[in-house]
Design a protein around this ligand. Sequence first.
Ligand SMILES: C[S@@+](CC[C@H](N)C(=O)[O-])C[C@H]1O[C@@H](n2cnc3c(N)ncnc32)[C@H](O)[C@@H]1O
Length: 398
Amino acid sequence: MTLLELDRVEVTVGAPAHGGHCVARHEGMVLFVRHALPGERVIAEVTEVHRGYVRADAVEILEASPDRVPAPCPWSGPNACGGCDLQHVSPSAQLQWKASVVQELLARFAHLDQVVRVEQLPSPVGADGEPDTGWRTRVRYTVDAEGRAGLRKHRSHEVVPIERCMIAHPGIRALPVLDRTWSTDAVETVAPSSEPAFVVTDPARPIVERAVGHDFTLAAGGFWQVHPAAAQTLADAVIEQLAPKPGETAWDLYGGAGLFAAALADHLGVTGQVTLVESAPDGVAAARQNLAQLPVRILESTVERALAPRRGKPAVNGPVDLVVLDPPRTGAGKQVVTAVAASGARAVSYVACDPAALARDLATFAGLGWELAQLRAFDCFPFTHHVECVALLVPAGS
Ligand SMILES: C[S@@+](CC[C@H](N)C(=O)[O-])C[C@H]1O[C@@H](n2cnc3c(N)ncnc32)[C@H](O)[C@@H]1O
């Protein structure tokens, strides 16, 4: 049977897949169904047709999972705001959902039989001192044709005007953004750890974030972990995995404003040395300022270029003792993994915001004689399908 957009079919929903949906089948066709839970019987409405699969939304729940909860956000759901995928999933089942997706990706791409547990981060605190759902310290609202700020529908440029975003940081929610009109295309907001939230009119404006006992000055538009507890949590995980010793050397690849380099430098001491590689000029400028007093060499380059042999030696050359890899969603890729695997490192800590890219890179490491020694996963993005992993890799048999 050929399914067309807006067709409705009754299906039993299977396991969650990467991307915020569950897999279902109907007469040989694969459906990726959003707003459903494993085991549910639902009416799925087709939203996109592709060769071999369709995307669909669960628009009617015939048999609900015990893990289903009423969505706390009234702007979420089928054909509504696309910001959150898991509003209908209980908090403990969200963790289970993400764990099973990571587990499945590791099995499929890296042939790893790894039990995954997703760890919660401390909740942000609201103005009343109580735990708050607002973990997003950066929110980019899109402005519609009438000048109202809102958030986009899933896989669409259409803007859904909202009155409140429950995952926006309490400071961002308090800003006068959603109750007025705008003449810009978008409204960027940020809630830095060191000052009240504000609307970003100049992305180069410096802000200060605090983590690992350091202050990090960076551009308001520059990269920093979005959940207020993420930078500290991930740096703690990296340091615990690598167990750096005084006098050792380390690479911080995709180093940004210098979070991991600072944490490493504190452990390696004055006899140690960290090399940070970052390609974004604003990240490099921030790292130069933030790490000026620490034994850190900073290189403005893509990691690919820094590790590639050019007229003899690469700009960043082994042997090195420890490596942190924290690439963007695309992952490190074969060339970078191959160079890191040949660096002589005793351990690599790989911080990954896309578990599929991580799983592919782990397969490359495995082919080069490296093994996964530990995998931690963190819920840095509650109510969405996103999950952050920190993987420890060591040369096999070490
Ligand atoms: C996930 S962020 C991590 C930043 C930093 N480690 C942190 O935790 O704050 C990835 C960083 O890699 C940088 N980047 C992206 N592609 C790159 C490449 N090919 N080479 C070097 N840096 C890259 C981005 O500018 C960004 O700062």
